[in-house]
Structures are given as structure tokens and as C-alpha cells.
Ligand binder design. Structure first.
Ligand code: MN
Ligand code: MN
Length: 302
């Protein structure tokens, strides 16, 4: 079958019901009711899958076959409605726990960044507090907005409050853009995060940045959360809250490819908004991101 034909599961992987058990499951979470600006990330999972057809099994840098010695599957989309955020988050958590309890690690395709909270609950239930490696233009450790405590700008604050994060080992990468008050940066430190700003990619080498990340994450269980708006809008126009002067896909993937050996237990790629995408630029970046996360995750064969 040519790669452009047939139903688009992620990377043309088998569906979960076609196998006996899964070590890693790619799941879509079509939920965007937590967004503060442009809506539409609910259509992200289907767009990312369609742009994942050209993902191949061999990783040239890691010199490994991604899908060898472990079962990687597409588990379809979580069932989640758009109207009640708290109910949706509880439902995502229950569906994520059902996978994690069967020793199936999750790589989630968002959806807006709200979905990271229930995914972190499931990851921490299995592994204890996790070190979060967070690629994003935005801090996402804010408190409430328009009276809501659960929205796409608060997942890591709520996670820190709930004891889901290892507060000595969390790391943001790519931060830039507007904040209302510098006290937001103090709150962010309290939530356990160090910051590598977008501007630092102009002055520092990729190796240097990757070394700082590795030192910070140490040998903790690591959850990697990627908001696609970490990329410059020229590299990811299809997103809900774009910010100028971001990093390039080459810088981003160069850093990711230096992180082999971390204990990555789960991850997500969120905030892909197909209605604002052009030529699949953002969908391709998101699909390749999920593929790189899978490459970093350990299977039964390590
Ligand atoms: Mn963001
Ligand atoms: Mn975000």
C-alpha cells in the first residue's frame, strides 16, 4: 500500500484493537474548550495523523528502529465532549489511567494544553511525581482566567499544586511573548520550573542547551509536553496563540535528538490548529514531534 493511501492512523501504525497489547499508544484528544484565543485545536488529532503518513520506522540519528522490539499503536481518539471542562478533564484522566495501568505509555495529540493536566495525573499515578520538560512560548503556570481554574494556561500550576511534578527538575524551553506582571515569573519558579528562553537559541549552541536540559532532568521519570507554538509562526502558523521570534524546527529537533537516554514515560503535542495551518507546515511539525517523542521512550528492549 502506498503511504498516501488507506486510513490515516498515526504513522500508519496498527490500531489498538488489532493487537494483543501495546507498549506505547498514540492517542488523539480532540478537546479545545480551555483555549483563551483562537479555537479549533479540537481538529488537531486528525490533521496530525494525515500529516504523519511520511513518518518512517528508522531513526538516522539514534540509529534505532522506532517500532521494533515493542508494540506501538494508534489508540484512536479519547471520547470527550466540548461543554463541561471539569467533566472533560475527568474523562481524559480516566481514559489515560486505563491505558497506563496496562503498562501502555501515552503520546497524546491535542487538543489544547488543558489536556496535559489529566495526562500528568495518569503519569504521576503510575510513576510518582514527574519531571516535566515543557516546550512552549508560554509559561502555562498561570492561575485563573475569566473565573476558570482549569484552562490551557494553567495545567502546570494545577499539576504542581496537586503534587504531580518533581519541583526540583522541571524545565521550560522556548519561553517568550507577553505577560501582565513579572510576579508571574515568581509564580512559575514556585511551580518548579527553570526557563530557557527562545532568545538563548541565538547565543548558545544546541549542545549547550541540551546539556542544561539533561542536567536539570537528571534520572527522573520525564514527561515531555510540547506546545507547537514553541516554534516560530513561520514554522508553525496553525496554532491558537502564536508568538513571534520563536525557535525553528531545526533548532527544536536538534535539541530533541540530543536527549536520548532520558527516562521518558509519556508526552503530548498540543495546540495544533488546522484552520490556520498552511500546506501542512504545522501538522508536519506536530507529527514529527510525536515521532521524536516515541523515539526517546524506552520500550521493553530499552
Ligand atoms: Mn503556548
Ligand atoms: Mn501551552
Amino acid at each position: 500500500m502506498p503511504r498516501y493511501a488507506g486510513i490515516a492512523t498515526f504513522a500508519l501504525l496498527p490500531q489498538i484493537h488489532e493487537v494483543e497489547r501495546a507498549d506505547i499508544a498514540v492517542v488523539g484528544i480532540p478537546f479545545d474548550s480551555g483555549t483563551s484565543f483562537r479555537p479549533g485545536a479540537r481538529f488537531g488529532p486528525a490533521h496530525i495523523r494525515e500529516n504523519s503518513r511520511q513518518l518512517h520506522p528508522y531513526h538516522q540519528i539514534h540509529e534505532t528502529f522506532l517500532f521494533e522490539g515493542r508494540q506501538v499503536v494508534d489508540a484512536g481518539d479519547f471520547r470527550v465532549g466540548p461543554y463541561d471542562i471539569e467533566a472533560a478533564v475527568a474523562s481524559i484522566e480516566a481514559q489515560a489511567r486505563a491505558l497506563v495501568e496496562q503498562d501502555t505509555a501515552i503520546v497524546a495529540l491535542g487538543g489544547d494544553h488543558t489536556v496535559a493536566l489529566p495526562l500528568l495525573r495518569a503519569a504521576a499515578a503510575k510513576h510518582g511525581p514527574v519531571a516535566v520538560l515543557h516546550f512552549d512560548a508560554h509559561l502555562d503556570t498561570w492561575d485563573t482566567l475569566h473565573g476558570a481554574s482549569i484552562w490551557h494556561g494553567s495545567p502546570f500550576r494545577r499539576a504542581a499544586e496537586e503534587g504531580l511534578l518533581d519541583l526540583e527538575h522541571c524545565q521550560h524551553v522556548g519561553i517568550r511573548g507577553g505577560i501582565y506582571d513579572p510576579s508571574e515569573l515568581d509564580d512559575d519558579r514556585e511551580a518548579g520550573f527553570q526557563i530557557i528562553r527562545s532568545e538563548e537559541f541565538q547565543r548558545r549552541s544546541v549542545d549547550d542547551i541540551a546539556a542544561q536540559i539533561r542536567e536539570r532532568l537528571a534520572d527522573c521519570p520525564v514527561y515531555i509536553s510540547v506546545d507547537i507554538d514553541v516554534l516560530d509562526p513561520s514554522h508553525a502558523p496553525g496554532t491558537g496563540t502564536p508568538e513571534v521570534a520563536g525557535i525553528s524546527t531545526r533548532e527544536f529537533f536538534s535539541v530533541l535528538r540530543e536527549l536520548r537516554g532520558l527516562d521518558v514515560v509519556g508526552g503530548d503535542v498540543v495546540e495544533t490548529l488546522p484552520a490556520h495551518d498552511h500546506a501542512g507546515i504545522t501538522g508536519l511539525a506536530a507529527a514529527h514531534t510525536a515521532w521524536e517523542l516515541i523515539a526517546l521512550m524506552k520500550g521493553p528492549t530499552g
